[in-house]
Design a binder for this molecule. Structure first.
Ligand SMILES: [Zn+2]
Length: 235
């Protein structure tokens, strides 16, 4: 976690500090090393959220952009408790995902947070596997036709589809298949000025979507774009 409660205030970790978990009230120790993002950890590595993912600079940067009052929010539902990465002022949950995640956990998280959630995933590690490709001019065309995914309507002339969808197509080598049944809007952060909003084919070798500027995204959900831009961290 980036923030612990210290004297009832959300405070960032500093060396040697102690705090309380705002979600479970457990004791937290600060973890402040040279190469890790400074964060808080529960004693004995017992995290109160089974979906916990190690903090990264990428996580922290996004959380800070939306402000500590809107980040790391405990949500309780039907006896279960989880920590939403970001809950915007409009009550939209933004789930940040940096590492690979299994299909059942994706579904669990979507069910838990409901329809007012979206995914923001870090594409830094797999962007090298994406390339723009015109399937229709090479042998992939036949292979494509026999696949259950993407939907049949994709198997048409590429120019027509591009016009219709007004989006970008990528060929995704070794796609992260666990995302294939994602049900919520999903944005990929490739570390550029825009996010890629996936419109189809997530988790398959043909992915389609449009670019949305980060400025527009952040402003729409009540974040601080100036903060985001000024604090881009050199990873
Ligand atoms: Zn806790």
């Amino acid at each position: 976690m980036i923030w612990a409660l210290v004297n009832n205030e959300k405070i960032e970790a500093t060396p040697g500090a102690r705090g309380t978990c705002p979600i479970c009230n457990g004791k937290l120790l600060s973890k402040c090393g040279a190469v890790i993002v400074w964060h808080w950890a529960h004693f004995k590595d017992e995290n109160c959220d089974s979906w916990y993912e190690p903090e990264s600079f990428w996580h922290k940067h996004w959380k800070m952009t939306f402000g500590k009052e809107n980040a790391e929010i405990g949500i309780e539902k039907e006896g279960k408790r989880h920590i939403a990465d970001i809950r915007t002022v409009q009550n939209v949950i933004i789930e940040l995902q940096n590492s690979p995640i299994s299909m059942p956990v994706i579904k669990e998280r979507e069910d838990f947070y409901g329809e007012r959630m979206l995914w923001l995933i870090n594409g830094e590690d797999f962007k090298k596997n994406l390339s723009v490709k015109d399937y229709w001019e090479d042998e992939d065309y036949l292979e494509l036709k026999s696949l259950p995914r993407p939907p049949v309507r994709w198997v048409r002339r590429s120019e027509e589809i591009k016009k219709e969808a007004n989006g970008e197509f990528f060929y995704w080598k070794s796609p992260r298949k666990s995302w294939a049944n994602v049900q919520r809007h999903l944005f990929i952060d490739f570390g550029e000025d825009s996010l890629f909003l996936v419109q189809g084919g997530m988790g398959t070798s043909q992915i389609r979507g449009v670019y949305i500027s980060k400025e527009k995204f952040i402003r729409k959900y009540g974040g601080d774009y100036e903060y985001y831009r000024q604090n881009l961290i050199d990873k």
